[in-house]
Structure formats: C-alpha cells, structure tokens
Design a protein around this ligand. Structure first.
Ligand code: BGC
Length: 878
C-alpha cells in the first residue's frame, strides 16, 4: 500500500468508527438564550439559558450541568463549573456584567444519572448584547413634517451617504421607530423583518432591533436608506376610525456602529444631515391597504450614485418619553407562500382568486400590463352568493391595494406596510386574469415556531385543529389580536386569556407573551385596573375575564414553560389588579358599587344573548368567579416567589370570594339560582363549589346540554371551560358528544359550512341562512379555538404535572367514534408524543418521553405507571 494514502484511510476509518459509536450522542441540543436561538441584540442583564438533554438511553435525568460563556476574544467570561442540578431551562447568567454590543459564545455539557463522565460539549451558540442603557442613544428621531389629515400620508424615504476609510471588521445597526420601517444599504434591503419594530405603547417603551450589516458595507462611500411608514403609531386604529393615537410624529432613530480593522469605532446616526422625500408608495395603512404608483419610483434611492433632487431636510422630532428596549420576540416575517387554487370572474368583472385557506398577510403579484393601467386588489374572507367578495364585515377597513403600472414591462410587487385577512383576492383593472402562478398569498406572523401537532381518525377534528392553528398564526402578529381583517386587530385581553393555554400547545409563545405582558404593565391604571385592550387605547374600563388576563396569562406561561421570571416580572401587575377587586367588591361579590356601573362584557356572544354583551349568565357572577380564580392563582404565584404572607392572604381572599359566590348565586342543593352552562362551568372549573354540591351541579349542566339536543350554549367566557369541566367531572361521554356535534351550535358546524379558520360567532355563516350580523362577523377569531387544549390533553393525552412538563401527565381518554390519535409537543425538555390506536377493544399506546423528565401514564383501564424518558408501549383491554 502506498504511504501517501494513509491519512485518507485513517480519516475514513475514524468517520466509520464515529458513525457507529456516535461520539456526540449526548451533547445537549436546542440551545436557547432568552427563549431564542442565537439572539442578536438583547439587553437583559441576566439572560437565561435552556437546552435539551440528549441521550440514547432510557430513564435519563440530568444530574449536573456546566455552562461556559466566552467573549469575542475567546476569553472565559463565566464558567459555572459542574453544578449539581436537574435544571435545564431558564438558568440565569451569573457572571460579570455583560458589555454592550458584544457577542458572547456559550456552550453546555451535562451529566446524567450517576454517571461520572459528562456528555460532549454542545455545539456552541451565541447571544449578542445590544446598546445598553438609555444614554447610549445619541442619534435624533427624524421624520417628515407634521400633518393634519385623517387619511394616510405617504411613507417617507430617508437617506444618508457616509464614507468609510478602512476595511470594516463588523458593523451593527441599532434602530427603532415610532412607525414601521425597512432599511437599505447601497441599494439592498437589510434582513427580512416585516413591520419592524412592532407595536408598544410608544410613550412607555420603544423597541429597537439590532442588525448585523457588516457585509453590506464597503470601504469608501456608502448610502443608507430608511423607508418609514405610519404603522400602528400613526395609522388608523380602532373601529371608530381613530388616527394618530400616539401623536403625529412618525419618526425613526438609527445608530450605525462600524468597527474598522484597526479596532476603531465610527458612528453614523440619524440627524438633520439626512435627506427626506416621498416616492412611489402613495399611501400605506394596516386597515386601508397600500397604494403604489410605479411611475413615481425612485430607482437607486439608497445608493451612493443616486442624484438627489428635491429632497428636503427631515424634521427632528421630540424624543419619546418611553425608554428604549431591545425587542425580545422574533419579529414578523414571511412564513409561507400559498398558490391560488382557482380564479373566477365575478358579476362585477373582478377576477377572484381563491387561496383555499383564510390567511393573514398579503399577495405578491408577478404581472405585465397590456397598457398603462391601475391594478386594484381587494381582500375578503368569504364570497357572496353570486361569487363576489364579501366585504361588509371589514366595516371601515378599506383593505384595498392599488398598483399603477408605469409601462408594459413585467413587474413583481407586494406591499410592505399593510396586511389583510383573506381567503380571496379580487383583482380588477385588468382585461385578462393573471395566471395562477403569478399571484400568491404570502403568510405573515411573528417568527415563532409551531410546537404541537394533533391528528386523529376523525377528519372534521383534524380540520378543527388546522382552523385553530391558522387562527393563531393569523392573530399572533406583534400582539395577540382578536381578528386580522376589519378595523379592529387589537390586543383584546379576554380573547387572549381564553386562548392562551391552547396557544402554548400550538406554538412557542413564551417570549411573545413576555413582551405582551410588558405592554400590559405599561397599560395598568393607577388604581390597578387592567384595560381590556393591550396596548391600551381608550377603553379603560375593567371587565371580568378580560382584565383577568393580567393573572391568567403569566400563570399559564409559567405552567407550560416553567418560566418563573414571568411571575416575578408581573407580580405587581397581578397583585394590583386583585387588590383593585378586593377594594371595589361588595363583600367579595364583584363588582361592587365602588367600581361603577359597567360590569363588563359578560359571556360575550353566547347563545341566547339578545345582543353580544347581554348573555344570560349574570355578569357579577362571572366577575366573582374570576375574582376567586385570579386571587387563587396570585396566591400560588406568591408561594412560588417565596412571598409566604401574601400567599396566605390571597388564598384567604380566594376562599372568601368562593364563599360569597356560593352564598349569592347557588341554591342549597348546589344548583345555580340562574342556571346557564357558563355559570356551571365557572363554578366547577374554578373549584368554587364545595365537594358536596359538585355532583348536582354537574348533573344540572349535563341536563341543560341534553335539553338543547346535546349542544353547547356558551360564549367567550364559558367555551374554554366547558370541555375540561366535563372531563374533570367524569363526563367525557358528554364532552365527546358536544365536540362531535355537527349541527348548530358547535365546533364542527362551521367546518360543515366550509370554515378554514375559527369564526367569531357560532353562526358567522351558514349555507342555509347566509351571513351573521356584519357589524361583528370575523372569520378569523380564535376565542372558540380554546377547545384545542382539550384535544391535545384529553384525546392526545398530553398534559403537565410540574411546570414546563418537567413531570408529564400522559392520559389519553378515547371517546366518541375516534379510533386513533397521534399527538406531539416540542416541550421545553424535548419531544413528547403519544400515538394510540383502538383495535377492537384493545387500546394500544406508544409514548415518547424526553430526557430529563418523568411521566405519570394513566391508561383508560385505570392502570397507572411512573416512567422515565424513552419510548414506552402499552396494550390494554377497555
Ligand atoms: C372583539 C372581541 C372582544 C370584544 C369585547 C370585539 O369587538 O372583536 O373579540 O373581546 O369586542 O367584548
């Protein structure tokens, strides 16, 4: 053998060996810092680390870990050494102060069980600190002149040319806006964020983003361009056609940090040396759409070569009172692209493209005009009987894009600063339809990952799962919104609160809710009231089940992710809201006279309600039940945070509110004085009734359901509780009956009417009766999707016994005509999965439990097992 080949042979041999020994098998994976993979630009002084323990072995629990953090020079910044602990989520950084604009690399290794040898080190991950401290912001807020208009005004183009003497080692752009922006360097767009920096109450907090722009810069002259639009700051908000809610000072602040090869730092900042102009975007607004005139294009506006003509100095705007904070959640980005399934001409001559799915985003058009013309694009969730777009439910939202062709050259266009909720796009102003390949729907939402899946033998339930997930995708757009299409799209707290538990199954919403809870803290009134829309607009009243989001949302995030900090960060918010109720209630019946006359939205949109807000369940009954429930959760939070006295006090408060509820609303035999399904759901679901009354109450609830031909009658408040309550009271038979009900009202009814998302009303549309009241008829409203949690946890059988699924409950409860179900969840510890099959009377189950967790497995025949990580199979007769 020729010696020259020896190294090659050794390499091949090593590769072969490592493939059978798998040297890296136990290195931890999925390294997250602050819940994100390699976050760029964070400002948390103590970022938290999480990972998945890996092992090919079964029954594995982490016994120790070691984290090492290094700075850019490779210097050790923090070394935990070996820490004996099973904790593998949210470990707080504990080293010396982290420096601004510095990238840190970190890795982790673990020990499992009583093994002496650690795992391999993980592949390194990193996080980078942003601009720390308010003083670091030296640039000016620039924008266009103020205007007094009720219509949208054109977005402003801002540009600046600057020189770089030496080669660039690295460059970072720090940027925030009161409005929304896109950035270009030397003619090229930076990043793929949409609607950055997102939405906050700008008077309280302004989010900034960090971009790595190193490769976009060159030695010599460079041009930077910012395109700035109204967005939430100045655009239309609310159904009352409000505009300029936050003021008229749409503006942007940017600081570009350039480090050259010699280590010298240079800054380029927004100030009065920039230039401003308007361009082809004539108007852009979330509700109304975008209007684009290609004839006014300013080609090369962000290049050095561009010849500036008629550009003006931007106006320097006042500094906002709000502080600058790094954005903690992944921004909105393009998520998927959907092709239309058909195009048809409607009676008005509009070409109607059907995407087969109600989505949120916009359309991208690749087309050519046969003459100078204007293409009009309209958006609808449904069609009228004659095939035309159903636009009535958009209310005042114009939802129309216009593109004026400059010539007959092919173009490719999508808007930038608007979005629509639609399944159909209607194109007009063209003589012939564009072919199906030329029009596509671009789906937008925050770039957070899908974590759950649910599938079973019933195709209608699979469609329901799909509708719930699409409802979540479409409404998780910077804040959890009620709907994405009409002149609303707001952070309604009640909707988010009833849906949040389901939402944790579908997607990783930990950081998304951390951010929204910060919005809620900003919004809380002096007296403790939590407004019903967050970020706060002008609805300052408190409503039971809406304002209670203040306690329920952080609690659910804690419960599902094990994120204790969300409790600590929001403890004061929760406490003040509960104290407000203590203060204003009347001997623990809420609300009392001190609160004022408005008692909230009630069981919004329930069956039998003459108007949406006048459902039969008494509002003070709802208020008192929620008061008892949130006081209880607050007590638990206090306990976890080590506030023992407070825990005692609020647990006592909860007890008193429960007693008040029973005194006021329940007959001696356990039946409610005013009997409604929602009333019983609250009384049983929040553990208000004493043990001895529960059976009577359950029977009464079931009797009501039966009297309605096995139909529900619940609105926003009762719906999420109904199924879990029936299961807890051992009435899965009834729960399955309601769930599988195909006639009105029920979950499958809308599916039988063609729904591809969750609807606002149980009867938003029917083949026989047409559309519900257009005044409030969204086809993408997730509140009733709260049933998703039950499908995951009762049909699929995945639930948590200890925060974040550290201890898992596997308890599939088959029922109805369902013969198999496959469910999975990417939990903070790894993948949890169940897969069951009913084979005659044999129930077969396979379960996957991730490392570093344990599970209690309860089988339908009553057997119970404690298991560790790994795959487990069972077969029992039922
Ligand atoms: C929204 C709801 C919201 C409600 C308040 C509606 O206009 O769309 O989802 O919770 O108002 O009751």
């Amino acid at each position: 053998m020729n010696v020259i080949h020896l190294p090659l042979i050794i390499t091949v041999l090593l590769c072969f060996l490592s493939s059978i020994v798998n040297l890296n098998a136990s290195a931890p994976t999925r390294l997250l810092c602050e819940g994100r993979t390699n976050p760029l630009g964070i400002d948390d002084a103590q970022p938290r680390f999480s990972w998945w323990v890996q092992s090919d072995e079964a029954n594995v629990v982490q016994s120790a870990y070691q984290i090492v953090v290094m700075d850019e020079a490779g210097q050790l910044t923090w070394n935990t050494e070996k820490v004996s602990s099973a904790q593998s989520t949210y470990i707080e950084y504990g080293g010396p102060k982290l420096k601004a604009s510095t990238r840190y690399t970190w890795k982790v290794r673990t020990w499992v069980d009583d093994e002496e040898e650690p795992s391999e080190w993980s592949t390194p991950a990193w996080f980078e600190m942003g601009l720390l401290g308010q003083d670091a912001w030296k640039a000016k807020w620039i924008g266009h002149p103020p205007r007094m208009t009720t219509r949208s005004v054109p977005p402003v183009y801002l540009r600046k040319v600057f020189g770089i003497d030496d080669a660039v080692k690295r460059a970072r752009l720090y940027i925030s806006a009161r409005g929304i922006y896109e950035v270009e360097f030397n003619g090229e767009k930076i990043g793929n964020n949409v609607f950055a920096p997102g939405w906050t109450d700008y008077a309280s907090r302004n989010q900034y983003l960090t971009y790595d722009v190193t490769k976009h810069l060159q030695t010599g002259d460079n041009a930077m361009g910012i395109l700035l639009a109204d967005g939430w700051h100045n655009g239309f908000l609310m159904w009352r056609n409000a505009k300029n809610w936050y003021g008229q000072d749409t503006s942007v602040i940017a600081q570009l940090m350039i480090e050259d090869v010699n280590g010298k730092i240079h800054w380029v900042k927004t100030n009065d040396s920039w230039l401003a102009a308007t361009g082809p975007i004539i108007e852009s607004d979330f509700y109304n759409g975008e209007k684009y005139d290609a004839r006014a294009e300013i080609d090369g506006w962000s290049t050095v070569e561009y010849e500036v003509e008629g550009w003006l100095q931007p106006r320097i705007e006042k500094e906002p009172t709000g502080k600058m904070v790094a954005k903690i959640v992944e921004p909105v980005r393009r998520q998927e692209v959907i092709k239309p399934i058909s195009v048809k001409r409607d009676p008005n001559g509009v070409w109607v493209y059907d995407f087969g799915q109600n989505v949120v985003g916009w359309i991208r058009v690749k087309a050519q005009a046969d003459r100078r013309s204007t293409l009009t694009m309209q958006f609808a969730e449904m069609l009228n009987a004659d095939g035309s777009l159903y636009l009535e439910n958009l209310r005042n939202a114009e939802a129309t894009n216009r593109y004026s062709f400059k010539d007959e050259e092919p173009m490719e266009w999508e808007p930038r600063f608007t979005f629509h909720g639609f399944r159909y796009a209607g194109l007009s102003g063209i003589r012939y339809p564009f072919d199906l390949d030329s029009v596509e729907a671009v789906v937008l939402h925050n770039d957070i990952s899908v974590t759950g899946s649910f599938e079973c033998s019933n195709p209608l339930l699979n469609q329901l799962q799909s509708n719930i997930l699409w409802g979540q995708k479409g409404n998780f757009l910077e804040v959890p919104t009620d709907c994405p299409q009409r002149d609303e799209r707001l952070g309604w707290t009640g909707d988010a609160q009833v849906f949040v538990r389901t939402a944790t199954f579908n997607m990783d919403i930990d950081a998304f809710f951390e951010k929204w809870m910060a919005d809620m803290r900003d919004a809380q009134l002096e007296n403790g009231i939590v407004p019903v829309i967050i970020p706060r607009l002008n609805n300052d009243g408190a409503s039971p089940a809406w304002s209670d989001a203040a306690v329920i949302c952080p609690w659910v995030i804690y419960e599902r992710y094990g994120n204790e900090r969300i409790l600590a960060d929001n403890f004061e918010l929760m406490r003040r809201w509960v104290d407000y109720q203590i203060d204003t209630s009347d001997d623990y019946i809420w609300p009392g006279e001190k609160h004022g006359s408005w008692q909230g939205f009630g069981d919004w949109l329930a069956i039998d309600a003459p108007t949406p807000g006048e459902a039969p369940t008494p509002k003070i009954q709802i208020g008192t039940a929620y008061f008892a429930q949130v006081a209880k959760l607050l007590a638990k939070a206090a306990e976890i945070l080590g506030k023992t006295e407070k825990a005692k006090y609020y647990s006592e408060t909860s007890k008193k509110a429960k007693e008040a509820f029973v005194r006021e609303f329940v007959n001696e035999d356990g039946r409610l004085k005013k009997e409604t399904q929602t009333g019983y759901c609250l009384a049983l679901g929040f553990d208000i009734l004493p043990e001895k009354m529960r059976k009577t109450a359950t029977d009464a609830l079931v009797a009501d359901i039966q009297s309605r031909g096995w139909h529900l009658s619940t609105g926003f408040v009762g719906t999420g509780l109904l199924m879990p309550v029936l299961s807890r009271m051992d009435r899965n038979d009834v729960a399955y009956r309601i769930l599988l009900q195909e006639s009105y009202p029920g979950w499958l009814y809308s599916i039988k009417q063609g729904a591809t998302t969750m609807w606002e009303r149980w009867n938003s549309y029917s083949h026989t009766d047409g559309f519900g009241d257009a005044g409030m008829n969204s086809f993408n409203h997730y509140a009733y999707g709260a049933v998703g949690e039950w499908m995951y946890s009762v049909i699929g059988g995945i639930d948590t016994l200890e925060p974040g699924y550290k201890k898992i409950l596997i308890r599939p409860q088959p029922g109805g005509d369902i013969t198999w179900a496959k469910t999975s969840l990417k939990s903070p510890y790894g993948m949890i999965a169940t897969d069951w099959n009913l084979n005659g009377s044999t129930f077969e189950l396979s379960v996957e439990i991730p490392p570093n967790t344990t599970a209690v497995i309860q089988l339908p025949d009553g057997q119970e097992f404690e298991k560790g990580s790994g795959n487990h199979s069972f077969a029992v007769e039922i």
